[in-house]
Design a protein around this ligand. Structure first.
Ligand SMILES: [Zn+2]
Length: 290
C-alpha cells in the first residue's frame, strides 16, 4: 500500500510505559503539556486548517484527561467531553471538512483522540455492576469504583472485501451512499468468527456469492466510533447474485476498465468510486495495480 491510508500514520509516541506510571504521568501534566482542542468530539481547526492545541489550563477543572502520547517531546492530552458523539459522523459537515484539510499525521491523531474520548464519555458506568467508573492508566482504561472491574477502550473489527471473479469486482451500494457510488462489501466480525469466516459469511449474506480463498490486504482505524476496517480480497466461485435488499440497495459486477475509469475520478462511467479517505478506495487502487 503506497499512499497513506486516512487515520493512520500519527507521528506520536503512544508511550505505553508512562500510562501506568501515575507519578511520571503527573510530572508531564504541567505548562508544557498540550491539550487537543475539541468541540464535543469534533475537531477544532486553526486558520491554516491544522489541529488547534492549547494548554491543560484550557480544560475544565474537573475534566477527565486522556494521555494521547508524546509528540515532539511534549505530552499531548485530550479532555473527555460531557457527552459522546451526538449523531452519525456522516451527518457532521465539520468532520468531513477537517478530513480534507488536515495533514495525514494530524488526521490520525484526531481519529485516535476522538475514538478514545467518545468511548470514555459513553462508559461512565460499569457494565458489570452499574456503579460509576473512573479513568485510569492515562485514559486507556476505566476502573469501576464498586466492583473494581477493568474496562478497556473498544475496537470493533469490520471486514471490508473486494470480491473477484474472472477479472471483475463485486461492489455494492448502501442506501445512504451518494447517487451512483459503489464500494466494497463490508460487515462486522461476530463473536466466534475468524476474519476469513466473517468475509465468507458477509459476502454470502449480502450478495448470495460463495467465496473460498480470502487474503488480507490492508487495514484502517475508522473512529466513528471505533471500527478497525480489515481490508481483504476474496475469489468468488461464480457471478450469480442474490442481493439482500435490507443490507444493500444494489450489488453489481464491474469490469477492470470500469473500475479504472471510476478511480480516475470520472463521474461519467459505470459508477462513482469510494472517496480517498475510505480504505475501499485503497483496496480498489491495490487491485488495479496488482
Ligand atoms: Zn462494577
Amino acid at each position: 500500500m503506497s499512499a497513506t491510508i486516512a487515520f493512520t500514520g500519527a507521528a506520536l509516541d503512544r508511550a505505553d510505559h508512562i500510562r501506568g506510571d501515575a507519578e511520571r504521568l503527573a510530572g508531564l501534566m504541567d505548562w508544557r503539556a498540550r491539550l487537543l482542542k475539541l468541540d464535543g468530539v469534533a475537531p477544532v481547526l486553526d486558520r491554516e486548517g491544522a489541529l488547534e492545541w492549547g494548554t491543560l489550563a484550557d480544560a475544565a477543572e474537573d475534566a477527565e484527561l486522556v494521555f494521547l502520547g508524546l509528540r515532539h517531546g511534549k505530552a499531548c492530552f485530550a479532555a473527555v467531553p460531557d457527552q459522546g458523539a451526538a449523531g452519525p459522523a456522516y451527518a457532521n459537515p465539520a468532520i468531513w471538512a477537517a478530513m480534507q484539510a488536515l495533514s495525514p499525521d494530524e488526521l490520525a491523531i484526531y481519529g485516535a483522540a476522538r475514538s478514545l474520548v467518545d468511548w470514555h464519555a459513553r462508559h461512565r458506568f460499569c457494565a458489570r455492576c452499574g456503579q460509576p467508573t473512573a479513568l485510569a492508566k492515562g485514559g486507556w482504561q476505566r476502573t469501576c469504583g464498586g466492583c473494581q472491574a477493568e474496562h478497556f477502550p473498544r475496537v470493533d473489527p469490520v471486514t471490508i472485501m473486494l470480491v473477484e471473479h474472472d477479472d471483475m469486482l463485486l461492489l455494492g451500494r448502501q442506501p445512504r451512499f451518494p447517487p451512483r457510488r459503489f464500494s466494497a462489501l463490508a460487515g462486522f466480525v461476530e463473536p466466534g468468527e475468524s476474519i476469513e469466516e466473517a468475509v465468507r459469511r458477509e459476502v454470502f449474506e449480502e450478495a448470495g456469492v460463495v467465496v473460498q480463498e480470502v487474503g488480507y490486504v490492508a487495514s484502517q482505524p475508522w473512529p466513528f466510533p471505533s471500527q478497525l476496517m480489515i481490508g481483504c480480497h476474496a475469489m468468488a466461485e461464480d457471478t450469480a447474485l442474490n442481493v439482500d435488499k435490507t443490507e444493500l440497495e444494489e450489488a453489481r459486477w464491474f469490469s477492470r476498465a470500469e473500475v479504472a475509469h471510476a478511480m480516475r475520478g470520472g463521474d461519467d462511467g459505470a459508477f462513482i468510486a469510494p472517496p480517498p479517505h475510505a480504505v475501499a478506495h485503497h483496496l480498489l487502487k491495490w487491485w488495479l495495480e496488482r
